[in-house]
Design a protein around this ligand. Structure first.
Ligand code: CA
Length: 330
């Protein structure tokens, strides 16, 4: 395999705090020998485990960048045993454009793994995480939210894994994060995800969906900040006590958890996130946008459970993910 074209301006083996960049050469019209400069912080104090903390894997999700900018700014190596690597915006071009995918190549970072050292900008970044950063890490926390088109109950999540010993370690990290909800997430489109790349390398992987709509809130930012610090304490990297609180454990047993729109139109949500719903309950209506006097199309709950995610914008298209229901684990 070719070497990565990305070079780090930080030394991953040095004690102390360093703020620098992952520099990816990117020749373009406005900068012939230019680069993409991805901010990175490395904080290390002696031997110990390594945590890799990432945000803006999707560029329009903000709890990760907010909580990680804050952590990078105030991290004190004297309180660490081991190493913390912080990348607040993995898909940095997308983050700067406030879009889910990269404006350079339309690359969706979380569908680009394992990436390629000789691929697109997005694939080159994915390859660097796959081959350089993930192998350094004992655990990875990748903070997601719904972005501009989805809104979620605030949850941290892991996956059912074939390696049950690894799943158990992921579950302990999930409990330590202590988001208001904890979900065993069923992925509908898992090819190319960072999640699988890290899990396949035998590392603990924890993700989140902490809100959405293309911004963050005081509540969701606080959940991200506390969760990250809890996980670092749990891993033995940061001194302190894990601050846990009640977390409702949810599972997603099958594809009936998801409802996709089969219509274009004006979206009327009929239950809010967190609602306990019964199979058959009216959850949404889609009204025509071009005339009055026509009945809406009704969408009903396909199973009992808790409304966990919803389409966010006021208009909806056929194919959009409209509703997600998860069920209490038990
Ligand atoms: Ca996401």
């Amino acid at each position: 395999m070719k070497p990565s074209p990305i070079s780090a301006t930080v030394d991953f083996d040095k004690d102390g705090v360093q703020h620098g960049f992952l520099r990816l050469p990117y020749s373009r019209d406005d900068s012939a020998w230019g680069s993409v400069m991805i901010p990175i912080t490395v904080a290390r104090n002696g031997k110990g485990p390594t945590a890799l903390l990432t945000g803006a894997n999707h560029g329009d999700e903000y709890e990760g960048p907010v909580a990680l900018m804050d952590l990078a700014y105030r991290i004190d190596p004297a309180k660490l045993s081991g190493r913390v690597i912080i990348v607040p915006a993995m898909n940095y071009p997308a983050f700067r454009a406030a879009t889910r995918t990269s404006p350079i190549d339309r690359g969706n970072m979380n569908r680009s793994f394992p990436g390629r050292p000789d691929g697109t900008v997005t694939e080159k970044i994915a390859d660097y995480f796959e081959r350089i950063l993930a192998p350094m890490a004992d655990l990875v926390v990748d903070i997601h939210a719904g972005g501009k088109t989805l809104d979620f109950l605030p949850f941290a999540c892991i996956h059912h894994l074939p390696d049950k010993a690894l799943e158990k370690r992921c579950r302990a990290a999930l409990r330590a994060f202590s988001a208001p909800y904890s979900v065993m997430l069923l992925e509908i489109d898992s090819v190319g995800m960072f999640d699988n790349s890290v899990e396949a390398q035998g590392r603990i992987f924890l993700s989140t969906e902490l809100g959405g709509g293309g911004s963050s809130s005081a509540r969701s930012n606080a959940i991200a900040k506390r969760g990250l610090s809890n996980v670092l304490i749990h891993a033995g990297i940061l001194k302190g006590e894990v601050e846990t609180s009640l977390s409702i454990m949810l599972d997603m047993p099958d594809g009936d958890c998801f409802t996709f729109s089969e219509h274009d139109g004006l979206f009327e949500i009929c239950a809010d996130l967190g609602a306990e719903v019964k199979q058959g309950d009216l959850l949404a209506k889609i009204w025509p946008v071009d005339r009055t006097g026509v009945a809406p199309v009704d969408y009903h709950a396909k199973r009992d459970g808790i409304l966990t995610a919803r389409h966010f914008p006021g208009l909806i298209k056929s194919g959009d993910c409209m509703l997600v229901i998860a069920v209490r684990e038990g």
